[in-house]
Design a protein around this ligand. Structure first.
Ligand SMILES: [Zn+2]
Length: 141
């Protein structure tokens, strides 16, 4: 089919991966987000044509963009998406330059951010890509 290279189709495996990490990403919202993700993933799989599949994929994207935890994770997993969005707020230093509502641990090279959503959270010590220690950035605004 003509649209096989459509990068939005990557949202399905990304959403499946994020669904398994929801407790860490969105805390108490996890059951609600998991239900909504599950419905949209079922819609994607059951979609009879590209148009309905595209609609369900848009829904996945919007759902994941609603919460900071899932949005950051989606941006990590969908690098091509981030580039194509051409939003000046996404200039590369993810989480380092943006005003943020939660404390987080970030990679100095800007590819990784771990939002601290719970005082009992144990953040990773090092960037999974670079292996360098993460830097603590307190919440703003
Ligand atoms: Zn890094």
């Amino acid at each position: 089919m003509a649209d096989q290279s459509d990068p939005t189709s990557e949202i399905v495996p990304v959403a499946e991966a994020i669904r398994g990490e929801l407790a860490a990403l969105v805390g108490d919202d996890a059951p609600e987000v998991s239900d909504a993700l599950g419905r949209l993933l079922d819609e994607c799989r059951a979609a009879p044509d590209a148009t309905s599949r595209g609609r369900a994929e848009d829904g996945l994207y919007q759902l994941l963009a609603q919460r900071e935890g899932t949005r950051l994770r989606m941006d990590e997993l969908l690098p091509r998406f981030v580039e194509e969005r051409a939003d000046p707020a996404y200039s590369g230093l993810l989480g380092v330059t943006d005003p943020v509502a939660v404390d987080r641990w970030v990679c100095e090279r800007g590819d990784y951010a771990y939002p601290v959503l719970d005082a009992d959270d144990t953040p990773p010590r090092n960037c999974p890509t670079h292996g360098i220690p993460l830097v603590f950035v307190p919440a703003e605004g």
